[in-house]
Design a protein around this ligand. Structure first.
Ligand code: C2E
Ligand code: MG
Ligand code: MG
Ligand code: MG
Length: 294
């Protein structure tokens, strides 16, 4: 999969879990250089309304294209970036890129009303009280409303440092920014924190989506997540939807916001605009593809 393997360097950028200390140091050094050499870029994956099949937003996903090794997965370098503190710089870069890109799309007449970009936040960023300032400055510079942005946080972030995280998150909500709980169901899912923290959306992890239509256990879990989210007035997004069957089961569970390869992988901004934004502005009134009584 990675060119690293073709070079016989299988272990260097292999699965994050099996990295040795040396491997992590090597990734860290390469990553520091990468940040300086602008090898990082941002890709966008559509978040769609499955009743129309159209994008309502996008998740910004960082990419690292190493000049020799080729693409290196964020699953491998984000944990290293988090440990070393590089994530602050990378996180700010992704945030700034996402806002800048939305402003460009808007200026080209390509940004639909209510369209938003969702950016992953790491624990370190959320412990930093300057995050709100960074974001509000960015929104002002690019003349974007806070509702154009959602921050994705993981369950583990909600488990530690309660007071500090609540303050930062409350500040973000005050700017109108959406807050999604990413990979929901994979951590120590405690239902209580969903009501204690000012979140707006729950993203059901791909692990439970994969078995829909095949594994009744997964369907039961998703049903429970939806019931709880609905009771708490939270939106639900299903991640990693790859098949029409999964989409249809999800629709039957009232989950009509989805993300997954069925609609598109994460791609560079220009491809995203061509595939997912142009059709929206060129034919805004096109009838829905999969209208489900909406
Ligand atoms: P995530 O935030 O849960 O992102 C979803 C991951 O699932 C992405 O992998 C995406 O490409 C992948 N995915 C989406 N649809 C499908 C599908 O239908 N099937 C399958 N098999 N996979 C699908 P990616 O881009 O490799 O990112 C992995 C993780 O790296 C992210 O998980 C996130 O935790 C982290 N990450 C990525 N970009 C950033 C960033 O800018 N900042 C931070 N802090 N973390 C990031
Ligand atoms: Mg995410
Ligand atoms: Mg996720
Ligand atoms: Mg994930």
């Amino acid at each position: 999969m990675y060119r690293a393997k073709a070079e016989g360097r299988v272990r260097v950028f292999d699965s994050g879990m099996r990295q040795t200390v040396n491997e992590r140091v090597e990734i860290e050094l390469a990553l520091r250089a990468a940040v300086q050499r602008n090898e990082l870029w941002v890709s966008y994956q559509p978040i769609v309304d499955t009743r129309t099949g159209r994008a309502m937003g996008a998740e910004a996903l960082v990419r690292w294209t190493h000049p020799v090794r080729g693409p290196i997965s964020p699953v491998e370098f984000i944990p290293v970036a988090e440990e070393t503190g590089l994530i602050e710089e990378i996180g700010t870069f992704v945030l700034e890129e996402a806002l800048r890109q939305m402003a460009l799309w808007r200026d080209e007449g390509l940004l639909p009303e209510n369209f938003y970009v969702s950016v992953n936040a790491s624990a370190r960023q959320l412990r930093d009280h300057s995050l709100g300032r960074t974001i509000s400055d960015g929104l002002r510079v690019y003349r974007l409303g806070g509702d154009r942005l959602t921050m994705e946080i993981t369950e583990s972030i909600l488990m530690g440092d309660h007071q500090q995280v609540i303050e930062v998150l409350t500040g973000l909500r005050g700017l109108g920014i959406g807050l999604s709980v990413d990979d929901f169901g994979t951590g120590y899912s405690s239902l209580s924190y969903l009501s204690r923290f000012p979140v707006t959306t729950v993203k059901v992890d791909r692990a439970f989506v994969t078995g829909l239509g095949v594994d009744p256990g997964d369907e039961a879990i998703v049903r429970a997540i939806v019931a709880m989210s609905t009771a708490l007035h939270l939106n639900v997004i299903a991640e990693g939807v790859e098949t029409e069957q999964q989409r249809d089961v999800l629709a039957g569970l009232d989950v009509t916001r989805c993300q997954g390869w069925l609609w598109g992988k994460a791609v560079a901004h220009d491809e995203f605009a061509t595939k997912h934004l142009r059709p929206l502005v060129e034919d805004p009134a096109r009838p829905a593809q999969h209208e489900a009584g909406a």
